[in-house]
Design a protein around this ligand. Structure first.
Ligand SMILES: *[C@@H]1O[C@H](CO)[C@@H](O)[C@H](O)[C@H]1NC(C)=O
Ligand SMILES: *[C@@H]1O[C@H](CO)[C@@H](O)[C@H](O)[C@H]1NC(C)=O
Ligand SMILES: *[C@@H]1O[C@H](CO)[C@@H](O)[C@H](O)[C@H]1NC(C)=O
Ligand SMILES: *[C@@H]1O[C@H](CO)[C@@H](O)[C@H](O)[C@H]1NC(C)=O
Ligand SMILES: *[C@@H]1O[C@H](CO)[C@@H](O)[C@H](O)[C@H]1NC(C)=O
Length: 593
């Protein structure tokens, strides 16, 4: 009893000594500084001096963000509010014919509407057919359109919907915030806790000096800006990230240099003010420890630096110019993001390693439960994938074992990486030319890692910043397609593959489907992806880096003559003399030469 009393007194004495009171006040001030003072976190970071506040290494499992308030309509390219301008609307219709079932992926699971468009209905608002007599929409002087100004106006109208909206620095007009690294100072890598949520996503389209912009590219880019940024009240912002390649002039040395480079970049006038230029020197100064910095290996390096200099976005989609969305692009991104947010973490990697082929395995529920069965109700990964080189930043699992979780963990949490096609274990992959390419890791080629080609992905700021840190300070590298998935898994960050609808030119060939399905979850020995590693080539898919079919679909839709050896795409529907295409994303759509 006496011992207890004296312990209590001692405790009280410790609690109230002057030092501990000062310590408590200091901790309180630091926390308040990070979380309460909106101006404490600048969007323009000092990249060389350590900030006064140090946060916790690991994230916590936070409750989901509240929904943003209602979108405030914005002005479109015709100078009218988009909500009151039918000429700006794309025409998406439903047809009373059976909708084709995707070869893999699902409309229902991801929530993508089963609508159809004609080429005029799709791209008419953006200038398709404007030179024809029959063009019955009002015409736009595209050269005097300023897409960045429209985006900025739209964001300003909507700023109060976003946390600290007014403090977000939205300047991107005709100058870039990117900078060569100051080699006279030691660099530091900003950490995830130095930023607060902005609830905004950058849509970053990769392009390069000398790219020849055809009309179809212009239609595509205009549609992206209207349908993502303008129709969502600024939840997205489209950026052209322009590779100046080996351009001689030092582009960041002066404003005139930068403006000259912009001229030389070939970016069409209407998009100039949303372009952000970079060149080889930028990567040279930031990533000297990674010897190979060419795009084919390190496509995310410019994106890492973009996130570093433009941290006013929570997420960053990397898109290519050779993509097409046959329905509303904003809806597509909204649905991909929602699916990923609602997906549980448990078995998310396992689900991403199998293809959801409805004709083979049923709906998404059937698919998920087959993956669960193959994993005996547990998971191969629970929390970070531990490797000696990484001190994870992701949150601790709320229950100790995956088997104890009823698919609750991660539901409502935005994914740190959203991939657009299947993932594979790089160590087991037998036909990827870059599979042995890795450096800066203790176990080198034995390091567990995953790839999910193509490099069309969405990444959180936190994930890009840890990849940046690893490359800047430790020279750790692996190929583009493996970079974001692997860093996400090592750090215990959330990965999601929303299996959007993908079609195949060979509609009814079950044998061929079987070669891709590879027995599915049922035939898998460990539930960790198909045990058979060899896959056929992906020439005939509507979304796959090797494919030629997307071009054929676009050509047929536009009524162009197809080459003799190209079959008319079965999934196009003809009605009243018009050709309709189902809603999906196509990639790659290369220029007809
Ligand atoms: C404009 O033309 C398109 C295609 O030619 C047609 O479908 C549409 O109904 C027309 N709209 C108006 C308002 O006339
Ligand atoms: C728009 O600008 C481009 C590139 O500067 C030029 O080639 C084209 O003729 C212009 N179009 C019109 C309608 O002025
Ligand atoms: C999918 O699940 C449902 C309900 O459990 C079942 O009736 C159906 O047979 C399953 N489909 C396939 C293809 O396994
Ligand atoms: C967690 O799962 C293990 C193995 O499945 C089981 O033995 C244990 O009782 C579970 N614990 C809780 C708290 O559910
Ligand atoms: C699941 O359980 C079966 C039977 O107990 C076992 O053979 C199999 O290896 C287990 N699979 C996994 C992924 O643990």
């Amino acid at each position: 009893m006496g011992a207890l009393v004296s312990a209590r007194t001692k405790f009280r004495r410790v609690l109230f000594t002057r030092q501990s009171i000062i310590a408590v006040i200091l901790v309180y001030l630091v926390v308040a500084f990070i979380f309460l003072n909106p101006s404490a976190i600048s969007w323009k970071l000092n990249l060389y001096e350590t900030p006064p506040a140090i946060g916790p290494r690991r994230m916590t499992n936070n409750p989901p963000f509240p929904a943003l308030s209602r979108r405030i309509p914005c002005i479109g390219p015709r100078g009218k509010l988009l909500s009151q301008s039918p000429d700006d609307d794309l025409e998406e219709v439903t047809l009373d014919i059976p909708h084709p079932t995707p070869w893999t992926g699902s409309y229902e699971a991801v929530g993508i509407p089963k609508t159809w468009t004609t080429i005029e209905g799709r791209y008419g608002p953006y200038g398709y057919g404007e030179q024809e007599q029959s063009y019955n929409r009002s015409k736009v002087d595209w050269n005097s359109t300023d897409w960045q100004m429209l985006q900025k106006q739209c964001f300003t109208r909507n700023a109060r919907r976003f946390p600290q909206g007014e403090t977000i620095d939205d300047s991107m007009m005709k100058h870039s915030r990117l900078r060569y690294r100051d080699l006279s100072k030691p660099p530091r890598a900003p950490q995830w806790y130095e930023f607060r949520a902005s609830r905004r996503t950058a849509i970053v389209v990769r392009t390069w000096r000398g790219y020849e912009y055809k009309n179809e590219d212009l239609h595509y880019l205009r549609s992206l800006v209207v349908e993502t940024a303008l129709k969502t009240g600024g939840e997205y912002q489209v950026v052209l990230l322009v590779d100046m390649k080996d351009y001689e002039i030092d582009i960041f040395a002066s404003e005139p240099n930068y403006l000259q480079a912009l001229q030389d970049s070939g970016v069409p006038p209407e998009f100039e003010s949303m372009a952000v230029l970079w060149d080889d020197r930028l990567l040279d100064t930031w990533y000297p420890l990674v010897a190979e910095r060419r795009t084919m290996w390190q496509v995310f390096q410019p994106m890492q630096l973009f996130a570093l200099h433009y941290p006013e976005f929570d997420h960053f989609w990397q898109l290519e110019l050779d993509m097409r969305f046959t329905g509303d692009a904003g809806t597509f991104f909204d649905k991909m993001g929602e699916f990923a947010r609602n997906e549980p973490r448990k078995q998310a990697l396992e689900r991403s390693m199998f293809q959801h082929m409805q004709k083979r395995i049923g709906d998404y529920q059937n698919f998920s439960s087959a993956v669960n069965t193959a994993n005996n109700g547990s998971a191969n990964l629970w929390g970070p994938l531990r490797i000696p080189d990484i001190d994870p930043i992701g949150p601790e699992p709320p229950v100790p074992h995956a088997a104890n979780d009823t698919f609750r963990w991660g539901v409502g949490e935005d994914a740190d990486v959203i991939v657009t096609a299947w993932c594979g274990d790089v160590r087991k992959t037998n036909d990827w030319v870059f599979r042995h390419w890795i450096g800066g890791f203790a176990a080198e080629r034995d390091t567990p890692r995953y790839w999910c080609p193509p490099a069309i992905m969405r990444s959180s700021r936190a994930l890009l910043l840890v990849a940046h840190e690893a490359q800047l300070l430790h020279g750790m590298y692996l190929p583009s397609e493996a970079t974001l998935p692997s860093f996400a898994l090592w750090h215990g960050l959330k990965l999601s593959f929303p299996q959007h609808p993908v079609f195949h030119e060979r509609e009814d060939e079950d044998d061929f489907r079987e070669e891709w399905f590879r027995g599915g979850p049922e035939a898998s020995i460990d539930g960790f992806g198909p045990s058979e590693m060899t896959m056929p080539n992906g020439m005939g898919m509507s979304f796959w880096w090797q494919s030629r079919w997307p071009r054929a679909i676009m050509d047929a839709l536009e009524g162009r003559q197809l080459k003799d050896d190209v079959k008319y795409p079965y999934l196009l529907a003809k009605k009243d003399g018009k050709v309709y295409v189902p809603n999906m994303v196509l990639h790659p759509v290369k220029h007809n030469s």
